[in-house]
Structure formats: C-alpha cells, structure tokens
Design a protein around this ligand. Structure first.
Ligand code: AHG
Ligand code: MN
Ligand code: MN
Length: 333
C-alpha cells in the first residue's frame, strides 16, 4: 500500500481543489499533533496518572476529569504560537481565549471539545476530541465571543480524533470526509479511508433510553416504531447501540450507518438537550453532511442555526439521511 501522510493529503488537496490554504493546513496539522499528544496520555491511563476527577467544575456545572483539563491545555498550548489563530473557545473554558499579544494573530477561530465522552475515561472505553474551524472577520484586532456567533454552515473545517483500539482522525474541509490512522511507531497520521459515505438507510439507532419517560411525543413515536420492528410501521428490525461518547457513536455511524439522537426532553425546559452546538453538534453535522448524511435539531438543519451563546445546547439528530428526515418530519406533524 502506498502510504499517504496527513501532510501530503493536505498539500495535494490544496493543489487539486483549493480548499486548504497554507494557514489552514498549519492549523489542521497543529490540531492533529495535539491529538497525538492527547492519544499518548489516554493510552498511558493509570501509568500516566491521568485518570480520575480533577475535583473542579466547568462552566456548565459538570465535574471535570483530569483528562478534560489536560487535553484542553494541550490544545491551547499547541495552537497559541503558530500565528494561524485569532482566538480559541472550548467546552472547558467559560470565555473565549484570545491569542496572547506576544504572538502574531491569524485569520481563524478554533473551537473544541477537548475530551468527549468523559464518563468513559476511567473505564477504558473509546473517547475523543472534536474541533470546529471558523474564519475570523476581516481586519479584526480584538476578538470577542460575538465573532464566534456564526452558523455551522460557515465552518471551513471540522473533525474529530477518536482514541479507541486505534487512534483515528476524521477530517473535512468541505470536500468530503477522510480518515487517517495514527501509526504509533512512526508517530504519523496515514490516510486509511477516502471519501467516507454514510448509507442513506439504516437499521441501527443510538439514544440513551434511560430518559424514555422524559421524551417528547415525536421521539417516543419514532423509537416505539423502531422497537416494533418488522411487525411495526417501519417494516424492519432495528438494533441499538449507545457508547456514551458522541465521537465513538458518530464514528460507527460514519462507517456503517445509523442514527444518533440526543433530544431535548421535558426535564428542564431551559435546557434544550445536552450537547453543545458550537463544538459538538456543528462539527459533527458538517462531517455527517459531507459524508452524505443529515443533521437537524429535530426542526431545522443543524448548520443553519444562528448561535446566540458560546455554550448553547441543542437537540441532536444525525446520521443516515432517510431516518434523520423521518424523525424531523415527526416533529413537524
Ligand atoms: P462530554 O464528555 O464532552 O461532556 O460529552 C459527553 C456527551 C457525549 O459524548 C455523549 O453522547 C453524551 O454526553 C452521553 O450522555 P449520557 O451520559 O446522558 O448518556
Ligand atoms: Mn462532548
Ligand atoms: Mn468534553
């Protein structure tokens, strides 16, 4: 097999399709390098003393794990000095992180969920990192949170790393989705799957069914129809998978189809779902759409939502196109 490295892929993609200017290439390579460092820490586990709680809370009131904080620091440090960014934002930081004055300022904004699937860290189940890249406004000198308030359709790149049996990087710059596997001996990312496509139909769904009693009627209807299987209105049997790491669930869906749902529910009307729009839902929605799937909040296309807050939450329905359209349709009826 002729090996194509991440760098070679990025250079060739720019030559062929003009989607990755040099500064964006640097950004992607720096993020990928940071993910390599996180992967190394994840792989050490107890031997690296990275497991367990940090005994602090983030802005959303979630208890932070040591790896949440470490991964956030790794991404911040890696991305500060290269001159490719104007500012960063993260699940683990209340406010945006402008690039310090001592470094040149670049034209991109980077958002990330440094460690996704925190509840799986201590039990050796796949976890990941999610990132989203936006363009800063022209001539910006002091970035503010307002500069990040752009719809997901404005993303110029999005991706995730999944730390599983293999460490993989899945990337889109708006021209399809490609997957790279970390060669641990060589320390390099190798292109292992080009132009990933999600099957339009599926017989597999993902939802945390412990919340069943809180669901709104469209979700209850849809899940009940799937559970009814061959004898129900959908005329086929479904299988169910829930990893509790969005990265790992989306990675499975990208490879063999499926629908992922984290709906809003009746528990707390002020909390529309669990997942965050800017650094979880939007980057995953861009990847899924680029792979031929669909992503909505149950009512509208995820990538069309105009954000109002950095840490805002949204209901999420994404994956195989026909199923996402069905459950979105049920919300309209
Ligand atoms: P994070 O670890 O970044 O806070 O995200 C966890 C998210 C997502 O990865 C996963 O799909 C979901 O939370 C799991 O939620 P439940 O614990 O409610 O199943
Ligand atoms: Mn997350
Ligand atoms: Mn996280």
């Amino acid at each position: 097999m002729k090996r194509v490295s991440l760098t070679q892929y990025l250079v060739e993609e720019q030559r062929l399709n003009n989607t990755i200017p040099a500064e964006l290439r640097l950004l992607i390579e720096v993020v990928a390098r940071a993910c390599k460092t996180i992967s190394h820490a994840v792989g050490k586990g107890a031997l690296g003393e990275v497991l367990g709680s940090a005994e602090s809370e983030n802005v959303q009131g979630e208890v932070q794990k040591k790896l949440d904080i470490l991964s956030n620091e790794i991404l911040l440090e890696a991305n500060e000095w290269g001159g490719h960014l104007a500012a960063m934002a993260s699940e683990e930081m209340e406010s945006i992180h402008p690039i310090p004055n001592r470094y040149p300022m670049g034209e991109y904004l980077l958002l990330f969920d440094p460690l996704d699937g925190s509840s799986n860290i201590d039990v050796n189940v796949s976890i990941g990192t999610i990132f989203s890249v936006l363009k800063a406004r022209d001539g910006m000198d002091a970035p503010t949170e307002q500069d990040f308030m752009q719809a997901g359709s404005k993303q110029v790149a999005a991706g995730y790393a999944v730390y599983g049996p293999q460490t993989m990087l899945v990337l889109t710059t708006g021209n399809g989705v490609n997957c790279f596997t970390l060669d641990r001996e060589m320390g390099s990312w190798v292109l292992t799957e080009r132009d990933m496509k999600i099957p339009e139909d599926t017989q597999e769904f993902s939802i945390n069914s412990s919340n069943t009693r809180h669901w709104y009627p469209p979700v209850t209807r849809y899940v009940n129809e799937m559970l009814a299987g061959k004898t129900g209105p959908l005329n086929k049997d479904y299988n169910m998978r829930w990893i509790a790491s969005m990265v790992a669930d989306v990675h499975r869906i990208l490879n063999r189809g499926g629908i992922f749902m984290y709906p809003a529910d009746a528990r707390d009307p002020d909390k529309p779902g669990k997942l965050r729009l800017m650094y979880e839902a939007n980057p995953m929605a861009m990847i899924v759409e680029q792979a031929g799937g669909a992503a909505t909040d149950g009512r509208q296309r995820m990538l069309d939502i105009e954000p109002t807050k950095l840490h805002q939450r949204v209901p999420v329905f994404l994956g195989s196109k026909n199923e996402v359209e069905r459950v979105t349709q049920y919300h309209q009826e």
